[in-house]
Design a protein around this ligand. Structure first.
Ligand SMILES: Cc1cc2nc3c(=O)[nH]c(=O)nc-3n(C[C@H](O)[C@H](O)[C@H](O)COP(=O)(O)OP(=O)(O)OC[C@H]3O[C@@H](n4cnc5c(N)ncnc54)[C@H](O)[C@@H]3O)c2cc1C
Ligand code: SF4
Length: 460
């Protein structure tokens, strides 16, 4: 029996839990091995080049997948990359971060019990990396139109919109609150998915088309207003993502050691030396999406001894795919389903343990508590229960407010908002919160803005 006088220090949070070389392996190496030319050739030969290919339909950006795979097979790697990037300028990031197992690869006709899908993501990465390694910018700008567009937010939605507008001949100014462009590709997505400088390399590639002026460190609502941008530019695109975090709705949320997972991940992504980042010995994560998986795996890879994700429903209801859940478990993360936090219990103002209640569904399918539960010891408790849209920067002008719906910016199919000349896309509008969906929004909005600006020109 352990004596109380021998109790462990609370909280047990420390940096450098692992040998120095482990950090390199855990964060600087992509989790998926890239294809070499020989394997790319073999893999591309597995494609049936289907007519009406279901994989194209399943790709939110509509990449002509059989076409780019055929080009790999015939040795036209540059052509292959161009086919990808024409539809999705973030094709290199998406090749790494897309949940292909529920998108294109799930739809692949070879995805059968006795076979396996063509590894579309790896082939896409092979082609786009080839182009990036050679620093080729295959796109050129159309003749300048003299129109100027303000893009707010330098994430996938904003930059996809900016690149397409630049291609169409418009001049673009990108206003980004953070010091670097890239959005969650730079500050959010797990380091082992987009290691090293991949996110910045992609930003540089996008800007290299010309006609895009980046303004980092400029925040809408603080340094510039929507009314100002509407006055100074011919059109505005808002791609400002989700800046807020949902509340835990459990007692003890104010304790130190109860941390917003997204903020910690941003710090981790920017940390030059991961060994200097303090991490708890016992980590508890609340949530069921990508963020929950990413914070759990990354704290484990920082050296946390015991990491548990607790989710209030079952594995099928988790936002994270089964593939991601399995990945977390392979990395030594435990996942407990059907439980919700009731209280974080503190010791000297710092979280020490978390009390949970088991959950179940009642006859009408409603989630209910069961009055029985368990307690987990925790040095850190991460909230990964979803982000929220903060409307303050865009509500601005009371005479002409921007309309919201369900807490996000309301847009039509062309991604036009309720204000003339103002468009929006990505996480700040309703839809699927994935990089690839944000890129598609940016692309659709750019074409709609182009039409709008040409209409203005014709009417001028
Ligand atoms: C932890 C985490 C992991 C994820 N993992 C994956 C994954 O593996 N695969 C996947 O497909 N998706 C993943 N996602 C979702 C994906 O990152 C987003 O859907 C995508 O980044 C949305 O792009 P966006 O451009 O709309 O927003 P963001 O990427 O959030 O970019 C918005 C940009 O706007 C800036 N901004 C905000 N407010 C202002 C302002 N007032 N003024 C100026 N600039 C402002 C922000 O700083 C930011 O740079 C993940 C998300 C998180 C949080
Ligand atoms: S569904 Fe599969 S086999 Fe058919 S074109 Fe797409 S990747 Fe190739």
């Amino acid at each position: 029996m352990t004596s109380n006088t021998m109790a462990e220090p609370v909280p047990d949070i420390a940096a450098g839990r692992l040998p120095a070389e482990a950090y390199q392996a855990n964060f600087e190496v992509s989790v998926k091995e890239p294809l070499d030319p020989k394997r790319a050739l073999v893999e591309s030969s597995r494609c049936y080049f289907c007519y009406d290919a279901p994989c194209i339909e399943a790709c939110p950006t509509g990449i002509d997948i059989p076409n780019f795979i055929r080009k790999i097979q015939t040795g036209n790697i540059k052509g292959s990359a161009v086919t990808i990037l024409e539809q999705n300028i973030f094709g290199a990031a998406c090749a790494r971060v897309c949940p292909t197992e529920v998108l294109c690869e799930r739809a692949c006709v070879r995805n059968l019990a006795e076979d396996k899908p063509v590894t579309i993501g790896l082939l896409q990465r092979y082609a786009t990396d080839w182009l990036f390694d050679r620093q080729v910018q295959p796109f050129t700008r159309a003749a300048r139109t003299g129109k100027r567009v303000a893009v707010v937010g330098g994430g996938p939605a904003g930059l996809a919109c900016a690149h397409r507008l630049a291609m169409l001949g418009h001049d673009v100014a990108v206003f980004e609150a953070r010091p670097k462009l890239g959005g969650l590709n730079e500050y959010g997505i797990a380091a082992y998915k987009v290691p090293q400088d991949i996110a910045q390399r992609e930003v540089d590639f996008i800007l290299s088309i010309g006609g895009i002026e980046p303004h980092a460190g400029v925040m809408l609502g603080r340094d510039v207003s929507l009314a100002q941008l509407r006055r100074d530019f011919d059109a505005v695109f808002l791609g400002i993502g989700l800046a807020g975090v949902n509340a835990l709705q459990a007692e003890g949320e104010q304790l130190s050691g109860v941390i917003d997972a997204v903020a910690y991940i941003a710090e981790l992504r920017q940390a030059k030396e991961k060994s200097r980042l303090p991490v708890g010995r016992r980590v508890v994560v609340i949530g069921g999406g990508n963020t929950a998986i990413d914070i759990a795996v990354q704290t484990k890879r920082l050296g946390a001894e015991d990491v548990t994700i607790v989710y209030r429903r079952g594995p099928d209801q988790m936002g994270a795919t089964h593939h991601e859940q399995e990945f977390a478990q392979v990395n030594g993360v435990k996942i407990k389903h059907w439980a919700r936090p009731v209280r974080a219990v503190g010791m000297n103002g710092h979280v020490a343990e978390v009390e949970f209640e088991y959950t179940a569904l009642d006859a009408s399918g409603r989630l209910i508590g069961t009055n029985s539960g368990f307690t987990l010891a925790a040095d850190q408790l991460f909230k990964a229960i979803g982000q929220t849209f903060i409307a303050d920067p865009v509500v601005g002008d009371a005479a002409q407010p921007l309309e919201l719906r369900n807490g996000r910016i309301l847009v039509n199919e062309a991604r036009a908002t309720s204000l003339p000349g103002v468009y929006a896309g990505g996480d700040c509008v309703a839809g699927v919160d994935l990089t690839v969906a944000a890129v598609e929004d940016g692309k659709i909005a750019a074409h709609a803005i182009d039409q709008y600006l040409r209409g203005l020109q014709a009417g001028a």
